[in-house]
Design a protein around this ligand. Structure first.
Ligand code: ATR
Length: 278
């Protein structure tokens, strides 16, 4: 990497952030396309001060991760209507205005696009049925994406009131968690942390129920092949691992920042290399 006075700066802001795979993914795409840019992790304590700092330092773009996806919305000049509807921003784009010499900060949400693009690799979402496990922030982006693409969605969550609340807010169905045993759909998506290391032996859905689905997606990526995905493969389901949502939300971020479509294969390769070092 040849850093000089013309290098364009990008960051991921969050807390914690040192484990983030996004620097590897974006820097690989910059290198592949010969773009003079660098993307760094920044651990933030105060989101307002951090966004103000990025503006002052002339950063071009930033990813926003846990726990700031909602609170960052109070620090922006414009919020994309879709991000406003989802109630979370994961992408910032800074624009210097020539005349007034001020920096405008726009906020976007690319998580739902990441989820839809990952799914679109293996299934047509229009008219498909989907069961989404979980009702947190990740579930919200996934469900929003599915509904936008014309899928019919049902949510199941350990805490049923949260499933009911999210279903009401986004306009879909919810079922009690135990009713998963009598449910089937084209797509099953785990948006919870169940199965994540160090509890990688766990799965949110019993293996004997997996033949009820054609496609199984897990947003957990450590380990990459979760117990849920291993069992889904054994049942003959098509599977999508947790790196693909991360990858495709990053592809969309890159497009917003540079106007260029980056190479997903290069970015995925970089993610796989980085995940090995976690
Ligand atoms: P995120 O923003 O990453 O989605 P979150 O908002 O904390 O994180 O949501 C985590 C989701 O994982 C929730 O749906 C949570 O269920 P509850 O609403 O009942 O807390 C779910 N989850 C976490 N641990 C779980 C477990 N052991 N079993 C089932 N669901 C779990």
């Amino acid at each position: 990497m040849n850093i000089n006075g013309k290098t364009r700066l990008f960051a991921i802001i969050g807390n914690p952030v040192s484990h983030s795979l996004s620097p590897a993914m974006h820097n690989a795409a910059f290198a592949e396309l010969g773009i003079n840019a660098a993307y760094v992790p920044i651990k933030a304590d105060n989101i307002e001060q951090t966004v103000a700092g990025l503006r002052t330092l002339g950063f071009v773009g930033a990813s926003v991760t846990v726990p700031f996806k909602e609170t960052v919305m109070g620090c922006l000049d414009n919020i994309d209507p879709t991000a406003a509807k989802i109630g979370a921003v994961n992408t910032l784009a800074f624009r210097q205005t020539d005349q007034e010499k001020i920096c405008i900060c726009n906020g976007y949400n690319t998580d739902w696009i990441g989820s839809n693009s990952a799914l679109a690799q293996v299934i047509d979402l229009k008219g498909a049925t989907a069961l989404v496990i979980g009702a947190g922030g990740a579930a919200k982006a996934v469900v929003f994406g599915l509904l936008t693409a014309g899928a019919k969605v049902t949510i199941a969550n350990r805490t049923q009131e949260k499933a009911e609340g999210l279903a009401l807010e986004l306009g879909c169905d919810s079922i009690p968690f135990e009713n998963i045993a009598t449910t089937s759909a084209d797509i099953l998506i785990n948006t919870t942390t169940v199965g994540m290391a160090p509890h990688s032996g766990r799965s949110p859905v019993a293996s004997e129920l997996l033949p009820n689905y054609q496609v199984v997606m897990d947003i957990v990526y450590a380990p990459l092949q979760t117990t849920l995905l291993k069992q889904a493969i054994a049942c003959g389901c098509k599977v999508i691992d947790g790196l693909d949502m991360l990858l495709y939300q990053g592809v969309e971020q890159f497009r917003i920042w540079t106007g260029v479509q980056p190479p997903p294969s290069v970015m995925r390769k970089a993610l796989l290399k980085a995940i090995d070092k976690l």
